[in-house]
Design a protein around this ligand. Structure first.
Ligand SMILES: Cc1cc2nc3c(=O)[nH]c(=O)nc-3n(C[C@H](O)[C@H](O)[C@H](O)COP(=O)(O)O)c2cc1C
Length: 192
């Protein structure tokens, strides 16, 4: 296997590993949007990796600002850094909100209760409050936690390009990986 292919294989491996290995650096990543010409970014938890579909996914609240931003501009950049392995990934792609009801229900049912509770909150993320915890769900809502599924979204990021950077005291390495759907993968070494 060529070195370039090995790098890509390893990227998929590490992304997948982060779903099951506690504390893996790729577990949390930052996703950036542009809205009205202005940048925005936030951390999210990586929840799924699909090498065949060339996509990754995370979960969010349908009422959050980022979801509105995706509806206006679905081109995004996701940023990962693995400090021990000195590897940065900049993943560029397009957002596709999951619409398969079975997939959504399965992910919801597999979620921990603690994660489900976030989706029961009375107010959407970013809503103005009169006191810091006024947004929290009502105690009576705990009897029907699964009502939260109404606010639960799976956000797929269909990958177009990966900018891979490996820091090394003997010489950094950087490569662009073009992953356009239904096309052969293209690799290009670039200066770091
Ligand atoms: C470590 C960490 C993990 C987070 N994971 C998620 C997540 O998986 N999904 C999510 O919607 N927000 C997550 N958040 C909160 C977001 O960073 C953000 O504050 C929130 O989603 C509102 O963002 P928005 O206003 O851009 O929609 C996380 C924050 C931190 C610090």
């Amino acid at each position: 296997m060529q070195k370039e292919e090995q790098v890509l294989k390893n990227i998929w491996h590490e992304l997948s590993l982060s779903l099951v290995e506690s504390g893996h650096p790729y577990h949390i990543f930052s996703i950036s949007t542009v809205y009205n010409g202005l940048p925005d970014a936030r951390n999210v938890v990586l929840r799924g990796v699909n090498e065949e579909q060339k996509s990754i996914n995370f979960h969010t609240d349908t009422r959050s600002k980022k979801v509105y931003q995706f509806s206006k501009e679905n081109s995004v950049c996701a940023l990962f850094y693995d400090k021990p392995k000195k590897t940065q990934l900049r993943i560029y792609g397009d957002i596709h909100i999951e619409d398969n009801k079975d997939t959504i229900l399965k992910k919801w049912n597999d979620s921990k209760e603690m994660s489900k509770l976030c989706y029961l909150n009375k107010y959407p993320p970013g809503h103005t409050l009169s006191a810091s915890k006024d947004y929290l769900y009502n105690e009576k809502d705990l009897k029907n936690i699964d009502k939260g599924v109404e606010n639960f979204l799976i956000i797929n990021l269909n990958i177009r390009k990966i900018d891979w950077l490996f820091l090394n005291h003997k010489g950094h390495e950087r490569m662009l990986i073009d992953l356009k759907k239904n096309e052969e993968v293209k690799y290009e070494w670039i200066a770091p």
